[in-house]
Design a protein around this ligand. Structure first.
Ligand code: KIV
Ligand code: ZN
Length: 523
């Protein structure tokens, strides 16, 4: 029997800390549901003290999914943080509190202004305090407490050993080793984990975990090196979401462990055909696009262009393919059923590519599919995935697009006329000129919503192939120092542009990304 690696997903906490990736409670619940279906062992649902919205989301996830996965909340080493986390999490059947305190010399000197002995004392006091709070529940006999020495990868090894030993003695059941700034390299990280295994006398009483950031592009490699050295939990995010260059990508660590089971000799409980669907969900929810050549879930991950590759593939797939696309739920360019195939066959097909929709959602997607079949000769799985994103994962909708019209061309002043409906029911119509039809449309949306962000990034791509393909537009806007993403899909790229921009405006209107306490900034 091989060991199991605990997959700890922090998309909803560390991932959501990424600028422009804030989600509202409904979206977080949707991602949590998908994480449960994916089979992650631990969901870090948020940082409850950050804001009432964070608290609410963690509490709802704990109540709804705490019997199917372990729900975790983050807290700094402060009693008020721990109390707030416990309040949000205490109804979850399976519950963990994750507390952290920086240990590296640079953090001790400049951020905490604390001496080594004070760090050890605080670690012990706060791990004990967390365990005591959790023990208030009579069914909890061994409180599930995780401790992280923040910036562990830049901490002196002997001091790190003392902190880890003290945390375990005080009751930590998991000790996580963060490479907070993405400084480690695989061999270095292997040595850190090996050193702890060898030099911390009580190490076998806790699970050792990795938490690697990707600043040098090494987060996945470092996490895998940690497993080789004896770590048995990996902290990661869907699509590698996270601040700066992000965290270790869940889909990459999981598929590396699965594909190279012969080498690592460990398993995970991840239902891998759900990897591409959850990647698309997180991308549409946050508006953060997945790069085309991204490992495992990128659009090109299983595309074989070169003739020599195609020849080999036709003889035997394993000549150039180390994983089967169906094992990660990759939809690629498979052509789906035509419009005469009917509802039943369409629903079966959705199930096969990883989507189980409620009757109401199914009806909306089916109607869109039929309409798309009229506009587009060949409909591909990628088109279907985009329709699902459009219908279901749109986020807060203060304003809805009712209709629009644009006018452009050489020798004319491009203009846009738009009608929007506010969620209170009132409809507003206006018109605006611009440098081109897209610019005119955005100016018109600004006028109606009275929100005027700066457009930082705009891109268009074809979801599948053909000039009639669905176009996907992503935008990044900045408003009062905060970043917001939006994504829109249509066979008409002007409409897709308007939908993407409106999604970003709706996030601003809903107050997403408003000021919250950042766990790692300040003391
Ligand atoms: O990167 C980090 O150090 C963290 C801690 C809060 C675990 O995210
Ligand atoms: Zn982190």
């Amino acid at each position: 029997m091989s060991d199991f690696i605990t997959i700890f997903d922090t998309t909803l906490r560390d991932g959501e800390q990424s600028p422009g990736c804030s989600m509202d409670t409904e979206q977080k619940l949707e991602v949590a549901k998908a994480l449960v279906e994916l089979g992650v062992d631990v969901i870090e649902a948020g940082f409850p003290i950050a804001s009432p919205g964070d608290f609410d989301a963690v509490q709802k996830i704990a109540r709804k999914y705490g019997d199917q996965s372990t729900i975790c909340g983050l807290a700094r080493c402060r009693t008020e943080d721990i109390d707030r986390a416990w309040e949000a999490l205490k109804d979850a059947q399976n519950v963990r509190i994750h507390i952290f305190l920086a240990t590296s010399p640079i953090h001790r000197q400049f951020k905490l202004k604390m001496a080594e002995e004070e760090i050890i004392r605080k670690t012990v006091d706060m791990v004990r305090y967390t365990a005591d709070r959790m023990s208030e529940r009579s069914d909890i006999t061994r409180p599930n407490v995780e401790f992280s020495p923040e910036d562990a990868a830049r901490t002196e090894l002997d001091f790190l050993c003392r902190v880890v030993e003290s945390a375990i003695d005080a009751g930590a059941t998991t000790v996580n080793i963060p490479d907070t700034v993405g400084y480690a390299t695989p061999n270095h990280f292997y040595k850190v984990i090996s050193y702890l295994k060898k030099n911390v006398p009580n190490i076998e009483r806790a699970v050792l975990s990795t938490h690697c950031h990707n600043d040098l592009g090494l987060a996945v490699a470092n996490s895998l090196a940690g497993v080789e050295a004896g770590a048995r939990q990996i902290e990661c995010t869907i699509n590698g979401l996270g601040e700066r260059a992000g965290n270790a990508a869940l889909e990459e660590v999981v598929m590396a462990l699965k594909t190279r089971q012969d080498y690592f000799g460990v398993d995970t409980r991840i239902n891998t055909p759900k990897l591409c669907p959850i990647s698309r969900l997180v991308s549409s929810t946050t508006g953060m696009r997945v790069q085309r050549n991204k490992a495992i879930v990128g659009q090109n991950a299983f595309a074989h262009e070169a003739g020599i590759h195609q020849h080999g593939m036709l003889q035997n797939r394993t000549t150039y393919e180390i994983m089967r696309p169906e094992d990660v739920g990759y939809t690629g360019q498979n052509m789906v059923l035509g419009k005469h195939s009917g509802r039943h066959a369409f629903r079966d097909h959705l199930k096969r590519i990883g989507y189980e929709l409620t009757d109401e959602d199914f009806q909306r997607v089916f109607d869109d599919f039929i309409a798309l079949c009229d506009r587009k000769k060949d409909v591909y799985d990628a088109d279907i995935a985009a329709l699902i994103d459009k219908q279901i994962h749109h986020g807060p909708e203060t304003w809805k697009l009712v209709s629009f019209h644009t006018f452009g061309g050489t020798g004319t002043i491009p203009t846009a006329t738009v009608e929007l409906q506010h969620l209170d029911g009132k409809k507003v119509k206006d018109a605006a000129p611009g440098d081109g039809p897209v610019d005119a449309l955005f100016r018109c949306l600004d006028r109606i919503t009275h929100i005027t962000p700066t457009l930082e990034d705009y891109s268009v791509r074809g979801v599948s192939s053909g000039t009639d393909a669905l176009g996907e537009v992503t935008v990044e806007v900045e408003q009062q120092g905060r970043t917001y993403h939006g994504k829109g899909v249509s066979t008409d790229i002007i409409e897709a542009s308007g939908l993407a921009y409106l999604q970003a405006l709706n996030k601003i209107a809903a107050g997403l990304g408003a000021a919250t306490i950042h766990p790692q900034h300040g003391v």
